[in-house]
Design a protein around this ligand. Sequence first.
Ligand code: 5U1
Length: 686
Amino acid sequence: MGQDDLFGSSVNEPQAYDVAARAEWLRNELNRHSHAYYVLDNPSIPDAEYDQLFRELQELEAKHPELIVSDSPTQRVGGEPLPEFHQVRHEVPMLSINNGFSEEDIQNFDRRVREGLGNDHDIRYACELKFDGLAINLRYENGLLVQASTRGDGFTGEDVTVNIRTIRSIPLKLQTTTPPSLIEVRGEVLMFKSDFAKLNQRQRTANQKEFANPRNAAAGSLRQLDSRITAQRSLRFFAYGIGRLDGAPMPTRHSALLDWYQSLGIAVCAERTVVSGAQGLLDFYAVIGQRRTQLPYEIDGVVYKIDDIEQQKILGYVSRAPRFAIAHKFPAEEATTTVLDIEIQVGRTGALTPVARLAPVSVGGVTVTNATLHNEDEVRRKDIRLGDCVIVRRAGDVIPEVVANVPERRPDNAIEFVMPTACPVCGSPIVRLEEEAIARCSGGWLKCAAQRKGGLLHFVSRRAMDIEGLGEQLVEQLVDKGLVNTPADFYHLTLDTLSDLDRMAKKSAQNVLDALEKSKTTTLARFIYALGIRHVGESTAKSLAKHFGSLDALLASDEARVLEVADIGPVVALSILSFFSDPLNRQLIDQLRASGIHWEEGEPEQSNDLLAGKTFVLTGTLPTLSRDDARAMIEAAGGKVAGSVSKKTSYVVAGEEAGSKLTRAEELGVVILDEEQFLKLVESGS
Ligand code: 5U1
C-alpha cells in the first residue's frame, strides 16, 4: 500500500463542498506532511502552506465541532492545565539497562551472552543510540494513542498523555488498516540541540531561567501540568522497545520490530545497524563516537541488544535489567566542580574573556581546571560567582565552558564577579561598543603585552608562518625581556640572544633560527593570515590571496575590489582596509619583506560578474558537483546563494531527492536548472 493510501489520497481533493470530507482530507494532508517533516526528516511542503491548511481545518472544526476527532492534528495544541499527573502502573515493567564503559566490559558482555546461549558462533546484535532524554511508554489501542506515561520507577509512572499528544513525531493514529488490538511502544522523548538553543534564546529574551542541557529542557517541557507550554516546545521521539502486544505476531528480531514501527509511522532513529560479534559492537561504538558531536541530538552512549528475540528470551533478566542488552557509555561530557576564581584573559584583539579557575575535575576523561565564561553578560545571565558549585561541560574539541550554577549548593560567602574597568595587563581603559557583547582593552599592540603576545603567537602558529620551537613560554620571555615587540623582530634574533634565555640550549636556539629561516619561504595566504587582521581567518586569507594574486594588488585595492572577494562582506572589508591603511602595519609589512619573507605571486583573478545580481538556491544532490563546489562557482561569477526560495530567487539548481524547495520554486515559477544547465549558465551566463 502506498503512503498516500495510508493517509488518504492527496490527489482526491473533494470537488463538491462536503464539509466532513473536506475536514478528513485536510486531516490526512496535514498528517502526511507532518510525518514527512518529523519522522522522515524530508519536508514535503513549505511551512506557510502547512499553516494555511492547518488554519482551514481549525476554522472548519470551530464551525462544526461535531467533526473534531481525537487524532486530528488540531488536537495537538495542549489543553487546560492539570491539577496533577495521575499515576500509571506499567503492565510490563519498564526496565533499566546495564552500563559498560570499557572495551573489556563489552568483551565480557559478549562472552556472557555466548556462554548463556551455549553458542560458539558470533552473535548478531542490533546496535542503536543511547539518547539523552526521557523514557516513555505509548499505549495504542486498535491503532489509536490512548495513553502515554513516563518510566517513573519502572513499575509506576505518570500519565503525560496530553503532553505527549503535542509531539508531532508521535502519531495519534498508527498508519495501518490492521492495527494490533494493543501495542505499547517504548522509546525516548528528547529535544534536538538546535531546538534547545532556540528555547534558551526565547527564555533569555523573556528573562526566564535557561535550561542547563537538552535533557533537562525535554524533561521540564514534558512534565508540565500546562500542556499548552509543552506544545510550544519542540520535542521529538524515537522508538526502541516494546511493552505489551496483543492481536499481532511479535517480530522475531529486534531490528524487524524497529522496521515495523517505521512502517506504522512511528519515528525510529536512522543510526542503527545489525553487527556480528564483539568486534562489530566496538566498531559501531567507534563510528558513532566520531560522529557524536555532529548528531542533531545528544547521546550518552550506544546500546547493543541481541537481535534474535528467541535468544533474548533464553537469556532473560537479572534484577531489573535484561541480560541480552548493554549500554556502552561515552565518557560524560559534564561534571560539577567549584569556581575558585574568575580571571580576565586578554586576547590578541584585546577582547577580554572572563575565565573560571576551577577545582580540578575530570570531564570526558580529561582534567579540566579552567573554563570559559565567554563575556560579562554571560557571567551575569548565568549568575556565576566565586565559590559557586557549577556544571562544567566539555564536548569534543570545544573549549570547556561553565554551563550553569547549582543554586542549592551556593555557599553563603559566594562573591559576585565585577568586570574591571582597566585592562588587568596594561592598565589601559576598557571599552565596550554598544552593539558588541565583548569588552576590549584599548591599549592595542604597542601598550598591551597580552595583545602583543597573542598576536606574536598567532604569527608563529602552525597555520600561519609555522615557526616550530617558538612556543608560548619562549614568546613570553622574548616579550617580557623587550627583545621582541613586533613579528619583524623575530627575524633579527641571534644565536647569542636566544641562547642567553632561560631553558634554552645552543642547539634549541639554532633550531629556532633554522625554523625562522625556513618560514621565510611561504605563501601569500599564510602571510595575510599571519598578520592577524580582525575577521580574517584562514579561509578569508586564502580567498584574498587567490583574488588579488599579489600583496601589492591587495595593498592598492579599495572597498569595491575587496567586496568582490567571495564571502567578504562590508564588516570584514572595513577591517581589512583599515588594517592596511595604518602606517604602522605598512611599516611592519615592509620590514617583514625586507627580512626576506617571500612567496610566489600569482595573477589576479579576472573579475567575473556573469551572475552579478542573480540569486541561486541549491537543493537535492547533484550528479557530480558538491554543494560547496556549486556555491563556489556561483560566488566566483558574482552570484549569491540563498537558503530558501522566494519571489526574488533567480534560479533553483535541483538534484536528486530535491525537497520542498523544488516544490516552492515550481509554485512561484522560478527557473529550475539541472546540473548540466547550471554548468552551461556558469560558463556562458545564459
Ligand atoms: N536505544 C535504546 N535506548 N535504550 C534505553 N534502547 C534502549 N533500551 C533500554 C533503555 C533503558 O532498555 C531495554 C533494553 C530494557
